[in-house]
Design a protein around this ligand. Structure first.
Ligand code: AR6
Length: 169
């Protein structure tokens, strides 16, 4: 049984087994959550990302997939990087956003992670409307069989927190 919790705050301050990163295909960092994770986590995370690019993910991590690295100085054992879809021209592929959540949970199960913090994937730089992203995120977690005991959505601001709270009911 997976419990879904909502927290307003900074995902890099969470104490969990795994932190999910809203990355981009390059796996080499960026702004938003990605920038914050690399800043606080330190160089170990980027070193492992570079190693992934030099091996399994020569062309980058495809949208909707997930892969784990160490978590450096974060209070977590792993970072699970996933690449959300971009909202463009008034649309985006919801199956890819669902896939990010499903794949991150699958990787968490492989690692044995029991507590996992998720940001609101795709709702920042990638422009996905918050209400719709919250619905897809919550529905997907509810529908995905997993050994993860706690999924903690960590929402940066009031608007995101309230959008997720409406979905939880
Ligand atoms: N903790 C929790 N949530 C945060 C934090 C934080 N420290 N910082 C931002 N958010 P984004 P995306 C919220 O842009 O849309 C990067 O450059 C933010 O308010 O981080 O998937 C990557 O490298 C928003 O609600 O991710 C990619 O190029 C949510 O996290 C691209 O951005 C996601 O915003 C990915 O874009």
């Amino acid at each position: 049984m997976t419990t879904i919790r909502l927290v307003q705050g900074d995902i890099t301050r969470q104490s969990v087994d795994a932190v999910v990163n809203a990355a981009n295909s390059s796996l080499l960092g960026g702004g938003g959550v990605d920038g914050a994770i690399h800043r606080r986590g330190g160089p170990e995370i980027l070193d492992e990302c570079r190693a992934l690019r030099a091996s399994r993910y020569g062309k980058g991590l495809p949208t909707g997939q997930a892969v784990a690295t160490a978590a450096g100085k974060l209070d977590a054992r792993w970072v699970i990087h996933t690449v959300g879809p971009v909202w463009q021209g008034g649309r985006g592929d919801p199956s890819l956003l669902a896939s990010c959540h499903r794949e991150a949970l699958r990787v968490a199960d492989e690692l044995g992670a029991r507590t996992v913090a998720f940001p609101a994937i795709s709702t920042g730089v990638y422009g996905w409307p918050l209400e719709d992203a919250a619905r897809i995120a919550v529905e997907t977690v509810r529908e995905t069989p997993t050994d993860v005991e706690e999924v903690r959505f960590v929402l940066f601001d009031d608007r995101a927190y309230e959008a997720f709270a409406r979905q939880l009911g």
